[in-house]
Design a protein around this ligand. Structure first.
Ligand code: FAD
Length: 515
């Protein structure tokens, strides 16, 4: 080559471009649900110049079509993608979420909120719950939640962005519309969408995935494949046979029925999770409608019974046909295997109680971007990806099990099962630590921080037997002053916030959109 270069009728620059073009990594994303488009948007945005990204999805198959509640990490993801929040929320007719109200979980008629906020003020030796417990003993403390800004704002249905103090929030959104919004970003960054049904996943000689063969006879070859085919898991399981670790002995709910209704109440800035005889029901307010669903265990409740109960319990006129979804809680044994990475429901499903699925998609996408291979794929990257993913999911799993296991409910066989079932050792240890002296420690990098564990353990009825001695250093008058100083500040700040609905109307009024 180099001897001829000077004689070439084409300038050297275009030769270089051709070589680079050939070197571009071919990434194929199978599936265009929330997982597929979240992956495509991030990959396009960051790696457009070095990767050719193709996404295959099938309108005939469609998406799972549920998933409306999120957690605050999505705010960060959207910022990374350069998304204008108000524009996104208007297009999706989204609302703000400050936490989740758990009704009937501890006991029928009992209610508490797990908010996204920080409760009270911690000392470096001991969390706020120790000082609060001392206050309870002295009879000068209110409910634990009285000391949390987000929780009181949620109760009063108020919201506003607070740049200085900070108010932690997430969104209620239409996940299908969110995928549509991300698709526009992905396509703007060169991602090519292919409509068609995958008929066969073809393996290369070395055992890696080589291409996807579509029903129309076309073939899409790639170097790296992302399996976003939902519960079908066509690549990671169908082709590569990576098995599934079943967690249904800890998380026995295995079905859901979802239905949308007209709203009968201004959108509350929190999700409602209402426990029933064999599971729970969600209520998620968007600006233009409410998402509802019931999650249940088919061993204890039939589909007809669940459907009848859901339709009897919901408020407002039905806007859609109730949809039945079947699932099995658990996780993929490996999330990255060979040249295939599973993201979304193909990688496992815990259950929607703490709205963690979209978060796990986001984490997997970010992890993949951080470990994106330059050439080939390397086992240390694969091992690290799998280690981090498994670690994260197991902690989330334990947090969800806590809600079911730590209950006083004995009224139905389902709750009696949950109360007495075996639980993972790590969770048992956490509960013992808290029960004895209110101690909570966040494991490295785990999603839910101390304050979440504390809110749910207290909410589910686990009152520590003691507290840290540092809380005894203050006099009774000092404890009283400390606690009332916090509530006064919380109440003053909340009183200055507009009603959630009014704030939505001025910040992100719903636009007519066909997303
Ligand atoms: P899917 O949406 O199922 O997408 C799969 C894609 O693969 C589709 O585009 C489909 O067309 C394509 N595909 C499949 N097979 C083929 C084929 N042969 N050829 C071509 N294309 C194919 N998450 C939250 O964060 N918050 C919630 O509140 C929440 N609630 C939930 C409630 C329930 C009852 C359930 C079941 C899930 C909930 N989730 C929630 C999870 C959330 O719905 C999913 O994480 C999210 O929608 C991502 O799904 P996905 O993209 O992995 O799969």
């Amino acid at each position: 080559g180099c001897q001829c270069a000077g004689l070439s009728p084409r300038p050297a620059g275009s030769l270089r471009i051709m070589t680079e073009a050939r070197k571009k990594k071919r990434v194929v994303i199978a599936g265009g649900g929330t997982a597929g488009w979240m992956t495509a948007a991030a990959m396009g945005k960051v790696l457009e110049k070095v990767c050719d990204v193709t996404l295959v999805e099938s309108d005939a198959i469609g998406t799972v079509g549920v998933g409306e509640a999120t957690i605050p990490t999505l705010v960060t993801y959207n910022r990374l993608l350069g998304i204008d929040e108000a524009q996104l929320m208007s297009a999706l007719r989204a609302t703000f979420k400050l936490g989740i109200a758990f009704e009937n979980w501890t006991d029928v008629g009992h209610r508490y909120i797990h908010s996204f906020g920080i409760t009270g003020k911690d000392h470096w030796t001991a969390g706020f719950q120790h000082f609060w417990r001392r206050g309870r003993e002295l009879g000068v403390a209110g409910e634990f939640g009285d000391y949390c800004l987000e929780l009181i704002a949620a109760e009063q249905e108020r919201f506003k962005h607070l740049p200085d103090l900070g108010l932690n929030y997430a969104y209620h959104l239409d996940a299908t519309a969110y995928a549509g919004f991300l698709r526009e970003i992905a396509e703007r960054h060169g991602v090519v969408r292919r409509e068609g049904k995958i008929r066969e996943v073809r393996r290369a000689e070395d055992g890696d995935i080589g291409s996807l063969f579509l029903e129309d006879g076309s073939e899409i070859a790639g170097d790296l494949f992302v399996d976003c085919t939902g519960f079908r898991a066509l690549l990671i399981d169908g082709a590569l046979g990576v098995g599934y670790e079943d967690w249904s002995h800890w998380l026995p709910c295995d079905r859901a029925i979802a239905v949308q209704t007209a709203s009968v109440h201004p959108p509350r800035p929190y999700t409602r999770s209402i426990a029933h005889e064999a599971g729970w029901r969600w209520q998620i307010p968007l600006q233009h409608r409410t998402g509802n669903g019931t999650v249940y265990c088919s061993r204890y409740m039939s589909d007809d019974e669940a459907r009848g109960k859901l339709l009897g319990d919901i408020e407002g006129e039905c806007l859609s046909e109730p949809r039945l979804l079947r699932f099995r809680t658990g996780t993929r044994r490996a999330h990255w295997h060979r040249n295939c990475i599973a993201i979304g429901l193909s990688s496992g499903f815990i259950e929607p109680l703490e709205s963690t699925s979209i978060h796990m998609i986001q984490r997997s996408v970010m992890r993949l971007m951080q470990m994106f291979p330059r050439e080939g794929v390397h086992q240390p990257d694969i091992d690290e990806f799998n280690r981090q993913t498994a670690y994260e999911i197991e902690h989330i799993r334990d947090f969800i099990i806590l809600h079911y296991h730590l209950t006083n409910r004995t009224d139905t066989p389902f709750w009696r099962h949950c109360r007495t079932m075996d639980i993972p050792d790590g969770l048992r240890h956490r509960m013992a630590l808290f029960q004895q002296a209110g101690r909570v420690f966040r494991a490295n990098d785990e999603l839910f921080a101390e304050n979440s564990w504390t809110q749910v353990m207290l909410g589910q009825g686990l009152m520590p037997q003691s507290h840290h001695p540092v809380a005894d250093v203050m006099t009774e008058a000092e404890v009283t002053r400390f606690l009332s100083y916090i509530t006064e500040n919380v109440n003053k700040t909340v009183a200055g916030l507009p009603m959630h609905q009014d704030y939505l109307g001025s910040y992100c009024p719903a636009t007519k959109s066909d997303l």
